[in-house]
Write a new protein. Sequence first.
Length: 272
Amino acid sequence: MLSYGFMQNAVFVSLCISVLCPCIGIFLVLRRYSMIGDALSHASLAGITIGLLFGQSPVLGAFVFTSVCGALVEFLRSYYEKHTDLILSIILSLGVGTAITIISSGRLRVNADAFMFGSILTVTKTDMIMVLALSLVSLLAVAFLYHQMLYIAFDEEAAKVAGVRVRLINYVFSILVASAISVSIRIVGVLVLSSMIAIPVATALQLGKGFRKTLVFSVIFSAFDIMSGLLFSYYLNVAPGGLTALISVALLLAVILAKRLLSGVKGRKSHS
């Protein structure tokens, strides 16, 4: 399988995704912004179509457009602080409306379906370079802003009082989310991309560990989900995105079931 160049490209990008997505996703989940991540995932389709329309990299197009949408989310938060669902609707309308308009215009020379469902055949060397660059810059930014982002995730108001530049960091974080989304579209696809941001984190949270251990387990679960999805999609000849999402949900349910079984066993031992 790995003797094929396209599979080597796909594995490389998958490894980048499996590390970057949980590192961003854990902050989204803790802030209860996972649905915003879903909205930005769907909005990335507009960036893809814009990139294809102008003959540029769809990954770059997705990154730029999703960054703009992420900044727009932060801007709208000051106007709809108690109505996050409205922000979700606005971003979805902007992104999906733009994508449908461009696709229906008939001006695209490339079929955008592969980006919706994910494909192991579409990863190019240029994409690999861009994915690596975005991943490295994003991970360095997370490491540099780690303590401030953690503070904001648990208590944004207290972070403001403590002198943390919350608004600026929120704008930076929106760009990091855009980066995680744009590096994932080739393999995972737009329609199920948010599953790789949220579900590995949700699985790790079931273990009841501290923040750092939860982050580590999120990366482990993410790597398992993506690499399994890539492997089975190759042999089953199906889109890797949907299969990866199914595996991630199955792993989450397996962890929940195992946790309940273990608690039941411990309960019986304590009564005996």
